[in-house]
Design a protein around this ligand. Structure first.
Ligand code: E4P
Length: 223
């Protein structure tokens, strides 16, 4: 499975990649505006901070067919095209553009998915990844269950598209999708930190160290 960080915060990417096997980074136009940097700078920093085997997943901003095509080519040329994925929203223009972008050998993630039915059409159009917005879907129903069902539907039809579940607001949403075998997720840094930093672990580690120090007068295995 693939686990991406959903951010353009370069320091957060550096921090999390320093101790977790992260498969890449996803951004969207809003995420990039929140960085306070020019998009060119964000892309240059992503290329610098990520290894070549970690994916850079960036979204088109144009909303018309020709613009989506042109921006897809531009994004796909980042880092010499190696492990770059272009995000295209599943608007009518986006669905029309997906097969054209795919025909140029560009890897596509269909984004802005609010329903399994939109995901179905994006898969049929040839998208490599499908990004259902789990938390936003929860405004309309049980987003988590709908995404789990989507994974099954794709398998039923033998579509190659992989679900890359996105838009998480808490650890439980991520947990439920991981437990169901979702092939990819993209998660914001604060939720990833909450997944790994359990207070019980810190208390347990302090207790081990304190008992060792009391007994042996040191905090390492050997003197
Ligand atoms: C993923 O790549 C999406 O763009 C992102 O997860 C959307 O998240 P949001 O619902 O927090 O905006």
């Amino acid at each position: 499975m693939e686990f991406f960080i959903d951010t353009a915060d370069i320091e957060a990417i550096r921090e999390l990649c320093s101790f977790l096997p992260i498969d890449g980074v996803t951004t969207n136009p809003t995420i990039i505006t929140k960085s306070g940097k020019a998009p060119e700078q964000v892309f240059a920093e992503l290329e610098e901070v990520l290894d070549e085997d970690q994916k850079i997943i960036a979204q088109v901003v144009a909303t018309d067919y020709e613009g989506i095509l042109a921006e897809s080519r531009k994004i796909a040329s980042l880092r010499g095209g190696k492990n770059v994925v272009v995000k295209i929203p599943v608007s009518r223009e986006g669905l029309r553009a997906i097969p054209a972008v795919k025909s140029e050998g560009i890897c596509v993630l269909a984004t802005g998915i609010y329903s399994p039915d939109q995901a179905f059409w994006a898969a049929k159009a040839g998208a490599d990844y499908l990004a259902p917005y789990v938390n936003r879907m929860c405004n309309y129903g049980d987003g988590v269950s709908q995404v789990i069902e989507l994974v099954d539907t794709l398998a039923t039809y033998g579509f190659d598209a992989k679900v890359c579940a996105a838009s998480f607001k808490n650890v439980d949403q991520v947990h439920q999708l991981l437990a169901a075998g979702t092939p990819a997720v993209t998660v914001a840094p604060d939720v990833i930190r909450a997944m790994v930093d359990h207070p019980g672990t810190a208390i347990a580690v302090d207790e081990f160290t304190s008992n060792w120090r009391k007994t042996y007068g040191r905090s390492t295995l050997e003197a």
